[in-house]
Write a protein that binds this ligand. Structure first.
Ligand SMILES: [Zn+2]
Length: 419
């Protein structure tokens, strides 16, 4: 068996100095002996995952980190990727969007974009069923599928092609050339009206249908018994669906094995990752729940017996960044070190090259994705190392790899492996 690559993306790992951590970043403040042992055998650098001034959503960031480049409006939009990941029937000309169950007040102000993050899968599926049964759209059909937690995917179909040139109703993200981009600051969020971005009839119809779906869904949700019960228990109501990242065509991209000549597998949790795995041709392994780190590490090592490159996406740190919880993010990193990297720390002796980086920064003081570059570590035995003893943003800035773009990471690792 030749050289193999374990590619670990820590979601939202990049951060900035935080007062709660004595002005260190969570990665700097965390006790990470296993990750640091790997770092001492490696070289470091910094990565602009999508572009220098882009605060990306995870989907486009992951595509970029796998080596894809999407110039001007080439990207199909997260909605399509989510729908594919959810095994929905989508065709060219359908409109597909990513949705969040959310809580709004009577004026349309967003109280919580994720219903307090405590909507159960059972509650969400029942609400989705109520909308499927109770909402009819004018001259259009739709399918709404619950994926995980507060997340849904929506597909709208008419007799004619629909355009994805429409704005989001989710006020936290904007659409730029098909990509979802986090807004830099959002203090007061309001449910937005969907607007067509051109005078094209296909865009005007798409926007009208999204608005019609949104108001009819709100009507069904506001009188649903699940929300009555949640309210009586002092919990937030799932009384709205925020939609974003419209797409209207199936992606036409090269598979990873075609690009690199390697066999790829991945370990995934989220529907959007399942969608990415499908369109890039990676074999997807399930390995327990989001925080089953031991199982993910052992599954990755097993997969490397049959695949050249295994990609693992760990969602853990990102949510703490969104919640502004620097101590929580530090603890999440320590947990990953203790239960995930502990198992992998000797894998380099087996000829495995370990790459550790992130898909974007989610600094706790910003509570959102930002354009700050993320630290990168590429480690393998018997190759030069940078003489840096910990994996941190501070050290990564001094690393010999320097500043590179997300689409260059895999090629950099592969040439180091062969070099
Ligand atoms: Zn992410």
């Amino acid at each position: 068996m030749g050289k193999r690559l374990l590619y670990v993306l820590l979601d939202g790992i990049g951060d900035l100095q935080h007062p709660d951590l004595n002005y260190l970043t969570p990665l700097e403040a965390a006790y990470t002996p296993n990750l640091d042992a790997i770092a001492r055998k490696g070289r470091m650098g910094m990565v602009y995952t999508v572009g220098k001034k882009i605060a990306p959503e995870s989907d486009i960031a992951v595509f970029s980190m796998l080596g894809y480049r999407f110039d001007d409006s080439e990207y199909v939009g997260r909605g399509i990727i989510e729908a594919i990941g959810a095994d929905m029937d989508v065709r060219d000309g359908d409109l597909a969007l990513r949705g969040n169950f959310a809580t709004i007040d009577s004026e349309g102000n967003v109280i919580d974009r994720r219903v307090g993050r405590n909507l159960s899968d059972g509650e969400a599926s029942e609400l989705v069923k109520a909308i499927m049964d109770g909402v009819k759209l004018t001259d259009a059909t739709f399918e709404l599928v619950h994926t995980k937690g507060h997340r849904v995917a929506l597909r709208i179909r008419t007799e004619t092609h629909l355009s994805s040139e429409i704005t989001n109703t989710d006020p936290a993200y904007e659409r730029h050339k098909g990509m979802g981009v986090a807004k830099s600051s959002y203090v007061k969020l309001r449910l937005a009206e969907c607007k067509a971005l051109s005078d094209d009839a296909a865009a005007l119809t798409a926007a009208r249908l999204v608005n019609e779906f949104t108001s009819k869904a709100i009507a069904v949700l506001s009188r649903h018994s699940i929300n009555t019960r949640r309210k009586s228990m002092g919990m937030l109501e799932a009384n709205c669906i925020l939609l974003r990242d419209a797409g209207n065509r199936l992606p036409d991209i090269r598979t990873l094995s075609d690009i690199y000549g390697l066999r790829f597998a991945c370990i995934v949790d989220m529907p959007v990752e399942q969608g990415i795995a499908k369109v890039t041709g990676m074999h997807a392994f399930k390995a327990g729940n989001m925080n089953d780190y031991e199982l993910k590490a052992t599954t990755a090592l097993k997969a490397l017996e049959h695949y050249d490159c295994v990609y693992v996406h760990l969602k853990g740190p990102d949510e703490f960044g969104h919640d502004g919880d620097a101590r929580g993010k530090k603890m999440s990193i320590e947990d990953i070190d203790r239960r995930f990297f502990y198992i992998l720390k000797d894998a380099m002796d087996e000829g495995i090259c370990i790459v550790v980086t992130g898909d974007h920064s989610t600094p706790c003081i910003k509570k959102a994705h930002t354009s700050d570059p993320v630290p990168l570590l590429i480690a393998q035995n018997q190759r030069g190392n940078d003489g840096l003893n910990r994996f941190t943003e501070h050290n990564a800035r001094k690393g010999s790899i320097g500043y590179i773009m997300g689409y260059e990471v895999l090629n950099t690792a592969i040439s180091m492996m062969n070099g």
